[in-house]
Structures are given as structure tokens and as C-alpha cells.
Write a protein that binds this ligand. Structure first.
Ligand SMILES: Cc1cc2nc3c(=O)[nH]c(=O)nc-3n(C[C@H](O)[C@H](O)[C@H](O)COP(=O)(O)OP(=O)(O)OC[C@H]3O[C@@H](n4cnc5c(N)ncnc54)[C@H](O)[C@@H]3O)c2cc1C
Length: 454
């Protein structure tokens, strides 16, 4: 292969032979939107974007690229937060967005087979229309693809009760580095016949192959849903309430929002806060289940969690109105510029102290601001740093996370952003096996170079 970022004409012609020239995009103007990631921090370059529609076309494209020794960058909806979705070394961009569509819904067993480029929102809607529910949910639902959520093992707001994406992946099809297809889509509830290959690809961040189809587990729908917004005068009381709510009630989401970010959010949305005043800490609590859940949530938030103010919504419009405040957090922060994003978990008992330590570090830094929110129910905080590039501050905060016994990536993955920190969270034995798996499936290191391994 010649200079990275320049593709010889004969390679382009071989790629065009696979699925036609219109699946091989070389016009720079059509490529430009796919070369910058959602955060705006990562901007790459690529000579070509491939847009296959079928597994066989993905296989054909990857076969050609393997034959010519060309590095590859996979992309789904490009909503990833850790710089893993754009070609930073001039790799050929393989977009999986057009490998899309719901292939099968098994209404008896509650399973669905979908192509990787299908959006999360479409999967959620189809599941509901079929009398089931797909539990993974996150703010980027309209753009993020199922392939991307599987590749990153996305978390989202319902992890607390329903688990991360991995818990929903029953089967999977992937195209390997040399174009071979690995199909493991059976999806039997019980199948104890060796390695569970769908799990290996879940969370692999495109380093082992292109995910093309997924068999998803669906859950029963809810009879009733309710959302409560709780205002607290202090952080300690709010964190105490998180524990109380988890102990007394099977909540499916507890999100934490702080006064400064909420101020940005209401400005951005042009709405007023649903509470009578701004509180230093606001929890958004969602409960769903069988009939009576609305009344149970209302009584638990009043009696069990001791908030200073509560608003409860059970109708769809009311619930969406409360959730809109949480969903808009990332977008509202991005209006301030390109943030440095840290997605961390700390043990529940350390959440309040950690937020205090981050605030102290930012004051000491003097130049940056920290905007914090997250999934309080599982100790997952998103720390967004804005202002001048905060030299050393991000590393200092990640050291605080490690010292607290936490993880430097709760749900966004490692991407290129956190590569230097992988060793702080995984032991030498684990990293050796990571490397052995990568070398076995991608011996030339052509898939998503720089992602996960650096
Ligand atoms: C507003 C907003 C809110 C978000 N909230 C959450 C949240 O709550 N929880 C959370 O976990 N994430 C969240 N995210 C991050 C993001 O949405 C997820 O990481 C999502 O899973 C990425 O999906 P995607 O299709 O956009 O993938 P991309 O961003 O395109 O890619 C992400 C990674 O997966 C790889 N990849 C993508 N598709 C494939 C495929 N088919 N085969 C192999 N590799 C592939 C890419 O190479 C890259 O390494 C949020 C993002 C935004 C913008």
C-alpha cells in the first residue's frame, strides 16, 4: 500500500467492482461530514468512503482492502464520544449505515434480527409495535446505529435495571479483516457449546471486524411508566436518596443533573425548569412496570428519598418534557465549544466526594470549567471540561478516578481518547489476551488502527 490517504486507481476499481461505483464515494465534499466526530475534537482524512448495503458487499470490500493491504476505519452513526469513529491515519472509511433494516421479529420468543446500520430509535419503535421493548436507550438514539452500540457496548439510561448492550446481544454476524463472514446468529436461550463469539465482538470497537447483523433480546413492555424530577439543596442528600431509591424500588433510571449544567440546558432549549426554583442538585428518576408503578414511585420519592421538591409525570408528554432536560445535556455543553469528555465510574460511596474533588481541581487549574452530569444509579459521571485545552487537568481527574477504585471509561469505550489509560484499568494478563485476540483476528493491524491499542 502506498502513502496513507492516497489510494491507487486499481484499488478503487477493484472496490467499484464489488457493488458498483456509487458505493465508492471519492468526492471530498460528500466525505467531509464523516471525517469529524460528534464532539468536534477528532478530525481525520480519507481518500474514500465505502457505503455497502449487504453483508456480501461488506465482505467484498474488506476482501479487496485486505488483498491490497489497505487500513480500514469503520463508522456507524458517528455519535461516539472517544474519537474511535473517524479515520485519523488516512484509512479507507467503511460506513455501515446503509447495511440497514429490520430483518425478523420473533414475537413469540422476543427476539429481533437487525442489520447493523439500523438506528437505535427504529429498533426501539419496532420492538414496541411488536408488543416488546428494546431496553437500551441514550440521547443519540435517532442517529446511533445498532452496530455502533454493539461495537461500543453502549450503556445509556437503563443500565441500572436492564444491563448494558452486551446483555441484549444474543447473536451476531461479522465480516472479518480478510472478508470472511462469521455468522453466530442462532440466539438459543441455552447453547453451551464453547466460546460465545457475539460477546467477543460486543465492545470490540471495530478492532476485530465489521458487525453486520445482530440478534437482539427483547424484554416485555411496561404497563405504566412514571418519571420524577427531584430537587435537592445538597449533593450528600441527593446521593443518599439514590441509595434509598435503589433499596426500596426497582427503578430503571436515576440521572443526576447539577444546577450549572441545567442552567445551560434551559437556555439552550428555551424552556423553564419544571421545578419552582433552581436546586443545586436534581435527580431524574424513572420507574416502569406493572399497574400501580406510578403511585408507588410517587410514594417512594416522597417518603423514601427526602427531596426538597418533587414533580412527577406519568403521561407521555409530561415524561418526555422531564427527560428533555437530561437528553439535552451533551448538546447544551457543546454550545460552549469543544469539550474534553471524561466518562468515568466511581464507586457509589465516592460519587459526592469525587464531584467535590473535580471542582477543587478545576478551581486550582484556574482556566477550565467542569460540567458534570451522569447516570447516578450506577456511579457513572460524565465530566466535560471546557475552556482552554486543560493541560494535565484531564489526566489529574482520571488519576482521581483510578485512586477511587473507579474506571476511566464507564460506557463510551476506549477509542483513541483513552488508549494511554487502558493499562490503569486492566491487568497485564488481560492486556496480553487482548493483544493475542487482536493479532489472531487482525494480524496486519489494519482494522481501526489506533483504537483501543494505540
Ligand atoms: C447526545 C449523545 C448522548 C449519548 N449518550 C450515551 C449514553 O448514554 N451511553 C453511551 O454508552 N453512549 C452514549 N453516547 C455515545 C454514542 O451514542 C454511543 O457510543 C453509540 O454506541 C455509538 O454508535 P454509532 O453508531 O454512532 O457508532 P460510531 O460513533 O460510528 O462508532 C463508534 C465505534 O464503533 C465502531 N463501529 C461502529 N459501527 C460498527 C460496526 N457496524 N462494526 C464494527 N465497528 C463499528 C466505530 O469504528 C467506532 O470505533 C451518546 C452520544 C451522544 C451524541
Amino acid at each position: 500500500m502506498g502513502h496513507p490517504g492516497v489510494l491507487p486507481r486499481r484499488v478503487i476499481e477493484d472496490l467499484e467492482d464489488v457493488a458498483g461505483p456509487h458505493r465508492v464515494v471519492t468526492d471530498p465534499e460528500l466525505l467531509v461530514g464523516s471525517l469529524v466526530d460528534w464532539t468536534g475534537r477528532w478530525e481525520g482524512s480519507s481518500p474514500v468512503m465505502l457505503r455497502p448495503r449487504l453483508t456480501s458487499e461488506v465482505a467484498g470490500h474488506l476482501g479487496v482492502l485486505s488483498h491490497h493491504g489497505v487500513p480500514v476505519q469503520f463508522q456507524g452513526g458517528n455519535t461516539g464520544m472517544v474519537g474511535g469513529s473517524v479515520p485519523m491515519g488516512g484509512e479507507v472509511l467503511v460506513s455501515l449505515r446503509d447495511v440497514a433494516g429490520i430483518e425478523e421479529v420473533d414475537e413469540r420468543s422476543g427476539q429481533m434480527v437487525v442489520a447493523a446500520g439500523t438506528t437505535l430509535a427504529e429498533v426501539q419503535q419496532t420492538a414496541l409495535q411488536s408488543g416488546w421493548r428494546y431496553p437500551v436507550d441514550l440521547g443519540a438514539r435517532d442517529t446511533a446505529t445498532i452496530g455502533g452500540t454493539v461495537a461500543t457496548n453502549a450503556g445509556g439510561v437503563h443500565v441500572l435495571r436492564d444491563g448494558m448492550t452486551r446483555a441484549q446481544v444474543l447473536g451476531l454476524e461479522a465480516v472479518l479483516a480478510d472478508g470472511r463472514i462469521m455468522e453466530s446468529l442462532r440466539g438459543l436461550d441455552k447453547d453451551n457449546t464453547g466460546y460465545h463469539l457475539p460477546s467477543l465482538f460486543t465492545g470490540s470497537e471495530g478492532t476485530l471486524g465489521a458487525i453486520t447483523r445482530v440478534r437482539l433480546r427483547l424484554l416485555p413492555p411496561h404497563d405504566e411508566e412514571a418519571v420524577a424530577m427531584l430537587g435537592f439543596a445538597g449533593l450528600d442528600a441527593a446521593i443518599e436518596a439514590v441509595g434509598q431509591l435503589r433499596r426500596h424500588f426497582d427503578v430503571q433510571a436515576i440521572e443526576i443533573m447539577l444546577e450549572d449544567v441545567l442552567e445551560l440546558v434551559v437556555d439552550h432549549l428555551g424552556v423553564s425548569l419544571p421545578l419552582s426554583r433552581a436546586w443545586p442538585v436534581v435527580l431524574l428518576v424513572e420507574a416502569a412496570g406493572t399497574a400501580g408503578v406510578v403511585d408507588r414511585l410517587a410514594s417512594v420519592v416522597h417518603d423514601g428519598s427526602d427531596p426538597d421538591e418533587v414533580v412527577v409525570a406519568s403521561d407521555r408528554a409530561g415524561r418526555q418534557r422531564l427527560w428533555a432536560h437530561r437528553d439535552a445535556h451533551s448538546v447544551a455543553i457543546s454550545t460552549l465549544g469543544v469539550p474534553t469528555k471524561l466518562d468515568v465510574t466511581v464507586p457509589q460511596g465516592r460519587v459526592a466526594a469525587f464531584i467535590g474533588e473535580v471542582r477543587e481541581a478545576v478551581v486550582a487549574d484556574g482556566a477550565s470549567q467542569a460540567w458534570i452530569f451522569g447516570h447516578a444509579g450506577d456511579g457513572n459521571l460524565h465530566v466535560n471540561l471546557t475552556g482552554p485545552e486543560p493541560a494535565g487537568l484531564a489526566d489529574h481527574i482520571l488519576h482521581l478516578v483510578v485512586d477511587a477504585g473507579g474506571s476511566v471509561s464507564a460506557e463510551h469505550g476506549i477509542g483513541r481518547d483513552k488508549v494511554d489509560w487502558l493499562g490503569a484499568c486492566r491487568g497485564p494478563g488481560e492486556l496480553q489476551v487482548f493483544r493475542m485476540v487482536k493479532d489472531a483476528l487482525d494480524p496486519a493491524g489494519r482494522l481501526n488502527p489506533g483504537v483501543l491499542f494505540g
